[in-house]
Design a protein around this ligand. Structure first.
Ligand code: ACM
Length: 761
């Protein structure tokens, strides 16, 4: 215990010494650091002009309450006078002539005084958020701000973050905290995903069953979607919704922090919670719809009937009285057309309106809703699927399935918000999936978020003007608590906040990471349960002259030590300290840690097949990714949670590896993935053979693989022991399991299998 305390103190003091003074996120557009500092004291006042409107006064009040909370200093807000303005005070001044847009500001910090100027209260608010970040992260004396001169304004007008409260309900207090954190980093749009298959979360007075029935689900899927076969459920009801009073309260709260809320009411898909409450809105009114208990896309969607449009207009009318912002998000994504294809009503409606397919029916749906929303002076945002049957005339498109939708919409002169999955989905893994909390999948580390350029280069300068901005999306299927949401969102949301704000141009991730590292203690005081992947250790390998592998461990966090093990044991400050490259002579798992929370678990597979070429005797099919070097790249797929390291085979596999020379081969092994619900069935048989000349093969194993279909996902190893053989070629044949059996949800459909590495020892 004593030992631990000692280490904590030591690492804290090293931390404090290296703290840069200007750890601003997002970094200002124009910044000049200066000598000296302004010292705040009990006599420092926050000055506002005599004519200052209520909004600017509120900005001052919020700032002083933030300073009180963080720095323990109670600053009075007072009306300025010539004498006070000359004193050691902080002036917040509205200057309508300042040409920095409605979000820009100027901030001058000198040892004598601090002056913030903006044309609007919003710009002034951003000046105060910058000041907040210049102040110490916690209570300390003296309370100072380093001198600087800042002229700042954002690159994009839309700087967003969404939150899905349907998959898991999040309490009002957390929603406010989320908005606070957005505002602190100058994000201005909160996209509140309020309805989905798994729960309707907003009170609608005219339709009480939406929350009485639609806000509750019976239970929730356990584990990842395809983890268990059959799927397992927790048996615990989940529910929750916001009353209209609560919504108004959150809206006021957000307004005071200059965050606009875009409410999302999903249609025509993701409607199962609404259909459960009001089955007459579906294409099969007598069906027993149930609020979804698992994730995914469901065939039961709103039927485009007059009854549905009447309902949705009533709902949207109430939504528009609650949310004063310009935009209403109407969803539009992932709407299967099955129910409409099977509905005589829909087919008839399509004929009457000369709609050539169900995509056009979806566009008819969205256009009708848009007309209503426009009639109330508001505008719609829809996911990029709303392009498919033709865009509604005034719609803004949110591009999530890559960037193509955004590019197409901008070319059609429609406003666009960029939120492509590969760079903006904060529900994806941010570190090694094997050691991170369970997530939906994907892999999006912090530096990849930071590197994202939201304005596609394919667009002409005129078209680029349609890119309003960028948003991070936070779907909560695998985030049951607000703590978990914070873990996934932070600090990646700060990378998005910065790329939405700073001017276009080259970015320096290392500079961002250094500022972020010094900013994180500020998040500790909130507190925020952010992920510590920034402190993770990265391993790079290179061969040495003796043909061994040297592993170099690096980290961004330059001022802390690395400790490691090579025997599989948990590393700690009592295990070996890393001082130089680790030389490996056999397959080894390195586990490493830093006292600041970094970690690494990585297996380095050393074997004779590494980087050796291989050829297939069978056609792979266009959808296979097995043509790459995945089978000999030395990286094993050590978890079913991530499919990145696995190569997929949609038929049989017949692969021959060429070791280059005849050499001793004692063992050949490979793994197969088993994820039955994903149609990923291990092969039914595998043969492994070796040859000196590539003609005569000696079969070492030729055996059926048997496994239970039921149970959790798994990795099945296959090993051939050759004892003392010599060979140049290794041939592996594996037989596809055929089609899914009758009791599988995809009965009759083809299965595939996946393997990661052909390990030759
Ligand atoms: C989405 O992720 N379905 C917009």
């Amino acid at each position: 215990m004593k030992y631990l305390l000692f280490c904590l103190l030591v690492s804290f003091s090293t931390f404090a010494q290296t703290t840069n003074q200007y750890n601003l996120i997002p970094f200002p557009a124009r910044f000049v650091g200066q000598d000296g500092q302004f010292t705040l004291s009990a006599s420092t006042r926050v000055l506002v002009s005599p004519g200052t409107d209520a909004a600017a006064r509120s900005v001052a009040q919020i700032f002083v309450s933030q300073v009180k909370t963080t720095n323990g200093l109670a600053l009075p807000v007072v009306t300025t006078s010539p004498a006070l303005a000359k004193g050691a005070n902080i002036t917040l001044s509205i200057n309508k002539k300042l040409a920095l847009g409605d979000e820009g500001y100027k901030l001058t910090v000198t040892p004598a005084r601090v002056i913030a100027e903006a044309a609007t209260p919003k710009g002034l608010f951003y000046a105060t958020q910058t000041m907040r970040q210049l102040l110490p992260v916690a209570q300390s004396t003296p309370v100072t701000m380093p001198a600087c001169a800042i002229t700042d304004k954002p690159r994009y007008g839309y700087r967003g973050l969404n939150l899905d409260v349907s998959r898991h309900f999040m309490p009002v207090a957390f929603v406010k905290k989320y908005i606070d954190l957005m505002a602190m980093h100058k994000q201005n749009t909160f996209h509140w995903h309020l309805t989905d298959d798994q729960g309707w979360r907003i009170e609608i007075k005219k339709y009480p069953r939406l929350t009485q029935i639609g806000s509750k689900r019976a239970e929730t899927l356990i584990g990842q979607y395809s983890q268990n076969y059959p799927q397992q459920f927790d048996g615990k009801p989940h529910g929750g919704f916001y009353t209209q009073d609560e919504i108004r309260d959150v809206v006021r709260y957000a307004q005071s922090r200059f965050v606009t809320i875009v409410p999302e009411i999903e249609m025509p898909g993701h409607a199962l919670a609404a259909l459960t409450a009001y089955p007459e809105l579906g294409c099969e009114p007598t069906k027993a719809y149930q609020v979804a208990t698992k994730w995914g896309v469901f065939d039961d969607v709103f039927c485009p009937s007059d009854k549905t449009f009447g309902f949705l207009q009533d709902v949207l009318a109430e939504v528009m009285t609650l949310f004063p912002g310009k935009y209403i998000h109407i969803g539009g994504d992932e709407c299967p057309k099955t129910a409409w294809k099977n509905s005589a009503f829909c087919q008839d409606l399509m004929k009457k309106n000369k709609l050539k397919d169900e995509h056009e029916l979806q566009s008819y749906f969205i256009r009708r809703i848009e007309k209503f929303v426009n009639s109330k002076g508001r505008a719609i945002i829809g996911w990029d699927e709303i392009l498919e049957g033709g865009l509604a005339p005034n719609a803004t498109v949110m591009s999530w399935r890559g960037t193509a939708g955004g590019i197409a919409a901008a070319k059609q002169k429609h406003p666009v918000i960029m939120t492509p999955g590969a760079t903006c989905y904060l529900d994806h893994y941010q570190g090694n999936p094997a050691t991170e909390p369970l997530a939906i999948g994907g892999y999006l580390p912090l530096d990849q978020v930071y590197a994202y350029e939201p304005t596609p280069a394919e667009l002409s300068p005129a078209e680029q003007n349609y890119i309003l901005g960028v948003q991070g999306n936070v779907w909560t299927e695998y985030m049951p608590t607000s703590d978990h949401v914070e873990y996934m969102v932070f600090p990646r949301a700060l990378a998005l906040a910065e790329i939405a704000w700073i001017p276009k141009g080259p970015r320096n991730f290392e500079d961002f990471a250094q500022r972020l590292k010094n900013h994180l203690p500020r998040l500790n005081t909130v507190p925020v349960n952010y992920a510590k992947r920034l402190f993770d250790i990265t391993a790079t390998t290179q061969p040495n002259e003796q043909g061994q592998i040297q592993v170099r461990l690096t980290k961004l966090d330059s001022d802390s030590q690395i400790f490691y093990t090579t025997n599989g044991k948990e590393p700690s400050e009592r295990t070996t300290e890393y001082i130089g490259p680790i030389t490996l002579t056999k397959t080894t798992t390195i586990r490493a840690m830093t006292p600041t929370g970094g970690n690494l678990t990585q297996t380095f597979t050393l074997h004779k097949g590494k980087n050796k070429p291989y050829t297939y005797a069978t056609e792979l099919g266009n959808d296979s990714d097995a043509k790459t070097n995945k089978l000999t790249d030395g990286v094993r797929g050590d978890t079913p949670r991530s499919r990145r390291e696995w190569a997929n085979f949609f038929g049989n596999m017949d692969v021959t590896l060429d070791l280059g020379d005849v050499t001793s081969v004692t063992k050949v092994s490979l793994n197969f993935l088993k994820v039955i619900l994903d149609k990923n069935f291990p092969p039914t048989s595998v043969s492994i053979a070796i040859s000196r000349d590539g003609k005569d093969y000696k079969e070492a194993i030729d055996q059926p693989i048997t496994y239970e279909l039921t149970g959790p996902w798994d990795i099945l190893p296959v090993v051939a022991d050759f004892k003392t053989a010599r060979a140049r070629y290794v041939r592996i044949r594996a037989k596809n399991a055929g089609v899914c059996p009758a009791d599988h949800p995809d009965a009759g459909q083809k299965t595939y299998f996946s393997t990661d590495e052909i390990v030759v020892e």
